[in-house]
Design a protein around this ligand. Structure first.
Ligand code: XIL
Length: 379
C-alpha cells in the first residue's frame, strides 16, 4: 500500500501552468461525492443503451483494436473480430493524423468503417484517443500560442466526440500523459504540455463530457502494471491526476491499463490490486485497453513464448479482478499476422513474435481460451 501514501505532486509542471482551472464550464457546484453519484447514474444509462448482444451476456466484454486497411484487404482478419469480440475499435483511425489532414478537413472514413462494422453486428466500440503526444499532424505542432492550442483541441473534441456521440461506449480522453520515468518530472513533455501546461487534461475532459455525455471518459497509460520504483511512481501520479480532476468537478470514469506486457517482467499483482481498489474508492473503473505481450527475451519456441505470455496475462488478470470487475479487456490487434511489436521490439533470433490472442494462422492460443473463460465466468 506504500504507493497510496506516496506524496507525488504535480508541481513539476511549467511555472506558467496553474493548477487545473477552477471551473470555466458551468455554474455547477459539484462536490466529489455528487460527482460520484452522477458517474453511477451515467454508468447505468450507458449500460441500458448497449446493444442487446453485449447486454444479454453477463461477461466482461472482450475486445480488440482493428485496422481499417486490413479489414478491407483480409476477409479472414475481419471475420476473426466477429468470431471473438464483443467490442471492436479503431486502432489508429481516430488519432489526429488520421482524422485531420488539415485544420479545415476531417476524414472519418477509416473510423466509420470499423465503428459501422461493430454496430451492424451488435458489438460495442470505443474511441482512442484525443490528447496524445504522438500522431499529431504538422499543422497542429506549428500552433504557437496556448489560446490557439486550446481552441483547436476543444474544437476537435467537440467535432469528433459529437459526431460519434451515442455510438462509442468510452473515449481515451488523455493517453500517455505521464512521464516515461515519473520518479523525476511526473508529466511527459508534450506539445499540449508546452502550450497549455497540465490544464490541457482538464480542458479535454471538460470538452469530452460536454460533447458525449454518455461515453465513459478514460485516462489511459502504459507501464502501470509492473514491479519497480518507476512503476510505483506511475501509479501514484495516475491516482493524483484522477483526484485532481475530480477536485475540479470533472468526471473521470475509468483508468485504462494499456497492458503492453513484457513476458519477462514481473506484474506487481499486489500493487496493481491496491491501485485498482483505490480507484474504486474514488468511484473510478478499470479496464485493460491495449493488451499484447512483448516476448523478445523469451528463448525457445512458440510453446515457451505462449506459456510466458499466459503467465503475465494471468497475473494481470489476477491483479485487476482482485481490485474490481474490469469494464473490458481489449487486445491491441487480434492476430500475430499483424502487430506493431516486431517492428518496435523484434526477437533477436528473427523468429516471429507471438503477442496476440490468435496466431498468424488465426488459431487461438491456450492463454486466450483461458482469458475468454475468465471473462465469461466473471461475477
Ligand atoms: C500504435 C499502433 O499499433 C501502430 O499501428 C501505429 O503505427 C502507432 O501506434 N500506445 C498507444 C497506441 O496508445 O495508440 C499505439 O498504437 C501503441 C502504444
Amino acid at each position: 500500500m506504500a504507493i497510496l501514501h506516496r506524496d507525488v505532486h504535480l508541481d513539476g509542471a511549467p511555472p506558467s501552468a496553474p493548477a487545473f482551472p477552477s471551473d470555466h464550464s458551468s455554474a455547477s457546484a459539484l462536490t466529489r461525492r455528487s460527482l460520484l453519484r452522477g458517474g453511477a447514474a451515467l454508468a447505468a444509462a450507458t449500460l441500458s443503451s448497449l446493444p442487446p448482444v453485449a447486454r444479454a451476456a453477463g461477461r466482461v466484454p472482450f475486445g480488440a483494436a482493428m485496422q481499417s486497411d486490413l479489414m478491407q484487404s483480409d476477409p479472414a482478419y475481419r471475420q476473426a473480430f466477429l468470431d471473438h469480440c464483443d467490442l471492436i475499435l479503431p486502432m489508429n483511425e481516430l488519432k489526429w493524423d488520421a482524422l485531420r489532414p488539415s485544420r479545415e478537413e476531417f476524414s472519418f472514413w477509416g473510423a466509420d468503417q470499423i465503428i459501422d462494422l461493430a454496430r451492424a453486428n451488435g458489438r460495442r466500440s470505443r474511441g482512442h484517443c484525443f490528447v496524445w503526444w504522438n500522431a499529431l499532424p504538422d499543422w497542429v505542432e506549428a500552433i504557437d500560442t496556448g489560446l490557439e492550442a486550446e481552441r483547436v483541441l476543444v474544437d476537435h473534441i467537440e467535432q469528433v466526440a459529437g459526431r460519434y456521440a451515442g455510438k462509442l461506449t468510452s473515449w481515451d480522453v488523455a493517453n500517455e500523459v505521464i512521464a516515461n520515468d515519473p520518479t523525476g518530472e511526473p508529466m511527459r513533455d508534450t506539445f499540449w504540455m508546452r502550450r497549455l501546461g497540465i490544464d490541457h487534461i482538464a480542458i479535454a475532459f471538460r470538452a469530452a463530457a460536454a460533447a458525449d455525455p454518455h461515453a465513459r471518459l478514460v485516462l489511459n497509460d502504459y507501464d502501470l502494471e509492473f514491479t519497480g520504483p518507476e512503476h510505483d511512481a506511475k501509479r501514484a501520479v495516475m491516482l493524483d491526476l484522477v483526484r485532481r480532476l475530480q477536485d475540479h468537478n470533472l468526471r473521470v470514469d475509468a483508468v485504462g491499463l494499456q497492458g503492453h506486457l513484457y513476458a519477462e517482467q514481473r506484474v506487481d499483482v499486489d500493487a496493481v490490486a491496491a491501485f485498482g481498489r483505490e480507484l474504486q474508492r474514488l468511484g473510478v473503473g478499470l479496464l485493460v485497453t491495449e493488451l499484447d505481450v512483448i516476448d523478445w527475451k523469451i528463448r525457445g519456441g512458440p510453446a515457451e513464448q505462449d506459456a510466458a505470455a499466459g503467465r503475465v496475462i494471468g497475473d494481470l488478470m489476477d491483479a485487476v479482478f482482485a481490485a474490481q470487475r474490469p469494464e473490458a479487456v481489449i487486445t491491441w490487434g487480434i492476430t500475430d499476422r499483424y502487430t506493431w511489436i516486431p517492428d518496435a521490439m523484434p526477437r533477436p533470433d528473427g523468429t516471429p513474435s507471438r503477442p496476440l490472442p490468435l496466431d498468424a494462422r488465426l488459431r487461438p492460443k491456450p492463454w486466450f481460451e483461458r482469458l475468454q473463460r475468465r471473462l465469461r465466468t466473471a461475477l
